[in-house]
Structure formats: structure tokens, C-alpha cells
Design a binder for this molecule. Structure first.
Ligand code: FO1
Length: 342
């Protein structure tokens, strides 16, 4: 077991979660790391997108979960954002020699994660259980939970026809124009068991929608039946951070995808897609004029995260906004109680 996070030892499994974040891969994991670093051990839960998961070379691969595991344990490759640092690629080189599929890069160390996950899932463990096992082995106090233990697969209708997510994202390098996005099997998927109790916990202080791609990272999570309802009915403020800054995605194909699907790539347009679940929408200073849906509070701050300090600073801001918003909500509740007492 890695000993990278001394917080793990003092964390308690029974401690109530005070902050929950919804995230996809690399972009969202930056803010998730900031929150992980400033919150008390065990106070934080991350719900990961699993629409990107796929079965490849006989292995069960969960890229967004692994990105979060590696990021929080300090094992992530800092330049790629995905996979492990100080990686070697002997398996890939040997696979190429024998004519295998090498378009999806699996490093030698990363391979261990996929092999162990595949073994455990094949033996009947749930994805939640396997992820929690890895989290503990890697010494991470923050709980990391898949959106569902049931397989949901993102597929895209493109100029090449329907293709699987990783085929589009990695093999085709996001080049084909996208006409439609589907989350296969989502209608019957059940929310992972740890999520609903955490969302309905009265100790919850904030739910954070990380600045991940709305269409392919956050919306698969929101599409799991009951998830939007649970977010609407939780007592904590739901705070989203725009992944679009000044019309551009910080990373990845968010802006391109939005345009292809007929949405303006803007902080406002992303807020519109979350209207029913968010209380607050945080936009970058360069989008200070962005319009937000009625009833949603707009907060303007610096959202670009380059350094670790930037991640912690944005995380601090999110928690300050949550605290302020929580106070406002409780004073509204108190006022309405007083009124109904009359
Ligand atoms: N992304 C790439 O652009 N190329 C790859 O070869 C690749 C391999 C890979 C292996 C394991 C893993 O956990 C992630 C990997 N990713 C790769 C990232 C992944 O495709 C995306 O970051 C997410 O699915 C989008 O969030």
C-alpha cells in the first residue's frame, strides 16, 4: 500500500461527507485535487463519469476513475494528465511487434490497474468495490465512486457513423464531426450505492460540478436515472464551474462538440444545460458578462488552473461560495419558518 496520504490513517469510513464533486477526467480532476488538498481527511467524495469506460485487449478500462486515482495519489503523469508518471511502454512495444492494437496507450504500470480491475470484476466485485480497494491501496482518504456499477457507454453519431467513445476520442483524435451523443444502457443503470445517502446527508455543505466537458463527462453522470432529482433535492448548494473560458475549452473537444451539436460554446450555454440542478455558476473573469439562468447566482473569479496553487485557490473560492450560499439558504429557511409561525 502506498503511504502518500497521511490523511488516510485518521479518516473514518463513517465520517459524513461534507463536499461531493462530480467529475470526468483530466480537467475536472484538477479542481478535485484542489478540494482534496484543502478539505479534512474523509470529508470529500468524488463521483466519476464511467461513460468513457471500455473493454479493450481483454481488459476493463475506466479512464476517468484512474485519472482521479492517480491524480489524488500523486502518481499521475503531469504533462499528459492521464496514466502514470515515470511510465515505461514495453508492453506497447511488444504488442506492436506482434501486430496488436496500439492506438490506445497502456503503460506498463497502468496495465497493472486494468489487469487487477478486470480480475476483480470477473470474480464478481462491483466497480464501486474495486475502486474503493484501489483508493485504499493508493493511500487516498477522499472517497472515489463511479456514477453507477452498471455499465453505461458513451457513443457518438459522427460523420463515420456511430462510434464508441475512446474510438472517437483517442483513435480518431476527436476529428469526426459529431451529430448526436448517446449513453448506452443509461436508462437501466442504477446510481452507485454510496451516492444517494451522501447526497441526502444533512451534513453536506456543497456539491461541486467540476469544469469537465459538459457533454461527455458531466452529462453521463446526470443521465443516470434519479441523479438530477437527487441533486435538486439535496440541501447543500450545487455549484458548477464553467469549463469554457472566453469561448474556448481549456482542454479537449468541449467547444468543438458544442458547436457541432448546435450550441454556442460559452459559459452561459453550459449553465443552461445544468439549469435545473445548479444554484451557483462560477465563470472566469473573462466571462464576467456571461448571462446565467434566472434563479442561478453568478460568481466571477479566476478559473484557469495551471499550478497546484491555482487548484487550491479555486477550491477555496468554491467552498467560500458554498458557505455564503448555505448561510443565505438557512436565513431564508429561518425567515420562512418565522413567517409560517405567524
Ligand atoms: N488518452 C489519449 O489521448 N491517448 C491514449 O492513448 C490514452 C490512453 C489512456 C490509457 C489509460 C487511461 O486511464 C487513459 C488514457 N487516455 C488516453 C485518456 C482518456 O482517453 C481520456 O482522458 C478520457 O477518457 C476522457 O476523459
Amino acid at each position: 500500500m502506498l503511504d502518500s496520504d497521511p490523511k488516510l490513517k485518521s479518516s473514518s469510513e463513517t465520517r459524513p461527507t461534507s463536499v461531493i464533486a462530480l467529475t470526468g477526467g483530466v480537467g475536472g480532476a484538477k479542481l478535485a485535487l484542489g478540494l482534496h488538498r484543502i478539505l479534512a481527511p474523509g470529508d470529500f467524495m468524488i463521483i466519476c463519469n464511467t461513460g468513457d469506460d471500455f473493454y479493450h485487449l481483454g481488459l476493463e478500462i475506466s479512464p476517468d476513475i484512474d485519472t482521479v486515482l492517480y491524480t489524488l495519489s500523486g502518481l499521475a503523469d503531469p504533462s499528459r494528465g492521464w496514466g502514470r508518471r515515470d511510465e515505461t511502454w514495453n508492453f506497447m512495444a511488444a504488442l506492436e511487434e506482434i501486430g496488436g492494437h496500439t492506438w490506445f496507450q497502456l503503460g506498463d504500470q497502468d496495465l497493472a490497474t486494468h489487469i487487477e480491475r478486470t480480475k476483480r470484476l470477473t470474480e464478481g466485485e462491483t466497480l464501486s468495490a474495486v475502486t474503493d480497494y484501489f483508493r485504499q491501496q493508493l493511500g487516498i482518504a477522499t472517497r472515489i465512486v463511479p456514477m453507477s456499477d452498471d455499465p453505461v457507454r458513451t457513443r457518438l453519431r459522427t460523420t463515420m457513423g456511430w462510434i464508441d467513445f475512446q474510438d472517437y476520442f483517442v483513435r480518431q483524435n476527436c476529428k469526426p464531426s459529431v451529430r448526436e451523443i448517446a449513453f448506452d444502457n443509461v436508462e437501466t443503470a442504477r446510481i452507485a450505492p454510496a451516492i444517494l445517502p451522501a447526497l441526502s446527508d444533512p451534513h453536506l455543505r456543497a456539491v461541486v460540478i467540476c469544469p469537465s466537458n459538459p457533454l461527455i463527462s458531466v452529462e453521463p453522470i446526470l443521465a443516470v436515472p434519479g441523479m438530477r432529482r437527487a441533486l435538486r433535492s439535496c440541501t447543500a448548494p450545487v455549484i458548477g464551474i464553467s469549463p469554457i473560458i472566453n469561448g474556448q475549452a481549456v482542454r479537449g473537444p468541449a467547444a468543438k462538440l458544442m458547436e457541432e451539436l448546435g450550441f454556442e460554446p460559452s459559459a452561459s450555454a453550459v449553465a443552461q444545460r445544468y439549469t435545473d440542478v445548479i444554484d451557483t455558476w462560477i465563470v472566469d473573469e473573462s466571462d464576467a458578462d456571461a448571462r446565467v439562468p434566472t434563479g442561478v447566482e453568478k460568481v466571477v473569479t479566476e478559473t484557469l488552473m495551471i499550478t497546484i496553487k491555482d487548484r487550491e485557490k479555486l477550491a477555496q473560492k468554491v467552498l467560500a461560495v458554498a458557505q455564503q450560499r448555505g448561510r443565505e439558504e438557512s436565513s431564508v429557511t429561518m425567515t420562512s419558518n418565522v413567517m409560517s409561525d405567524d
